[in-house]
Design a protein around this ligand. Structure first.
Ligand code: ADE
Length: 466
């Protein structure tokens, strides 16, 4: 991850971020930090970066030109190095409030630009030209954007692979799964007559885990009832989804992967957003429940991708969002734990980015190039090689399903597709997850392959609406 900070106070940012864990992460090459001084891009002899606001009012505004030129300097460098234009975050109390989920999402970017304002703000025209995200760190006003940028960079960096060592793991901690962390104790066993809770000395790991979960729940309910309400949606959502497990495996798996924003979890229906892909998934027991769930989605939503688990939901989504393209699928899931036997005739390994053009030229009907690039970079696309020539590929979609299976013409009918799927199923099983996929209802060959590999086929039709 490469952070670029547009600031009037580069020393403040560099000093603050080059120590401790982030300093080590930068030295190890997991992240890089570049503070660009906006003042270096002024074109007047006094290096003046601010001016009076048109229409009057208190204070000074940062001028558009130096901010824009400083940004262009960063953008050109990124482009010369062959990377895509970066997201530009303007840190401002007028933005959406930063949280762990946003940190997680931003941690997947290659470059991030932070624009730090000062004085009374920045000329709106340059913001309209370069900013992609407006983010605040809370409902209070600071004197400038440097501290908020540093807060966000710290929270994002620790989610970048390699930044935290195992013992500092980001997995089980506050906000993982919408729960606050449980209380912790270290030596001595008794301090000022206060003993460490007995269970922690018992050596019984199951009891310790159970105690910690109870403590987390009680603490969250008391201190953060808003968060607890979100946490409590998950078991309710699962109780509905597990009634028809195979048909709902897409929703179940994104919840289990911790990447679902459950907007409504009820024993009669569920509405969730898969955060990495942005797909909205919905399932309901009847039309009334369906309408209640769909009314929670903002009407102005554009470019949405919906997964509807009932026909009445599909119809309602098409009406509400003027959506047109509908793909009817069935779901298939491998619910056993046993690994499949692999076909040793082919060498199957993760694809590197050098294969992007080849993948894109064979597979661009459903997804764009940027999406495929993201999949390859996340290490979730695998190629089958015959004498070092790429013969086909398979991948895991952002929303956890298997797909993107292609075998090139000269290599078809040799079992390469099946070998690829066997390999991917095994990889997913080794991660403790359930392999699943969606099959177009008219693709009989694929249904047969899934059955041969031991996947169970769902009974309901699932509709992909875009
Ligand atoms: N700049 C000033 N106050 C801020 C805040 N609360 N969040 C982000 N940027 C800011």
């Amino acid at each position: 991850m490469k952070f670029h900070i547009l600031t009037l106070f580069p020393d403040m940012v560099e000093g603050g971020l080059h120590t401790s864990i982030l300093g080590r992460a930068a030295a190890d090459g997991h992240i890089s930090l570049e503070a660009v001084n906006i003042r270096d891009f002024t074109v007047n002899k006094h290096k003046k970066v601010d001016d009076y606001p048109y229409g009057g009012g208190a204070g000074m505004l940062m001028k558009a030109q130096p901010v824009y030129d400083a940004y262009r300097y960063i953008e050109e460098k990124i482009s010369e190095e062959g990377r895509k234009p970066p997201r530009v975050i303007y840190v401002t109390p007028q933005g959406s409030v930063f949280n762990q989920q946003m940190a997680q999402e931003l941690a997947g970017e290659e470059d991030l630009v932070f624009l730090c304002g000062h004085y009374e703000g920045i000329d709106e025209r340059v913001l309209e030209t370069i900013v992609t995200d407006y983010i605040s760190i809370g409902d209070y006003v600071l004197t400038g954007g440097e501290l908020p940028s540093m807060v966000m960079i710290d929270a994002i960096s620790r989610l970048v692979p390699g930044v935290l060592k195992n013992k500092e793991s980001a997995e089980f901690e506050s906000f993982h799964n919408n729960l606050l962390e449980y209380p912790q104790y270290t030596r001595p066993e008794i301090w000022r007559e206060k003993p460490v809770p007995e269970v922690l000395l018992s050596g019984d790991h199951a009891r310790v885990d159970q105690w910690r979960l109870q403590q987390s729940e009680a603490r969250t309910r008391k201190r953060r009832p808003d968060l607890y309400e979100v946490y409590a949606r998950e078991p309710k959502a699962l109780s509905w989804l597990l009634k028809s497990k195979i048909d709902h495996m897409d929703m179940i798996e994104v919840i289990r992967a911790g990447q679902a924003d459950i907007l409504c979890g009820d024993e009669e229906g569920v509405l969730l957003k898969d955060v990495p892909s942005g797909a909205i998934m919905v399932s309901a027991s009847d039309e009334d429940m369906g309408e209640r769930l769909l009314s929670l989605i903002p009407r102005g939503l554009k470019d949405g991708l919906f997964v509807a688990h009932q026909e009445f939901l599909k119809d309602s989504i098409c009406r509400r969002f003027d959506a047109g393209i509908v793909n009817a699928c069935v779901q298939a899931a491998y619910t056993r734990k046993t690994l499949l036997e692999e076909d040793s005739r082919f060498c199957i390994r993760p694809l590197t980015i050098s294969f992007l053009e080849e993948v894109y030229s064979h597979y661009h009907t459903v997804h764009d190039k940027e999406y495929l690039e993201g999949r390859i970079r996340s290490g979730r696309m695998y190629g089958a090689f015959v004498e070092e020539t790429l013969a086909g590929f398979i991948g895991m979609h952002a929303e956890c399903s298997m797909g993107m299976l292609e075998v090139f013409e000269p290599f078809r009918r040799q079992g390469i597709g099946e070998a690829l799927e066997r390999h991917l199923i095994n990889r997913i099983l080794k991660e403790g997850r359930v392999p699943f996929c969606q099959i177009f209802t008219d693709n009989e060959a694929s249904v047969k392959l899934q059955q041969k590999l031991g996947l169970r086929i769902g009974r309901q039709t699932v509709y992909w609406v875009s």
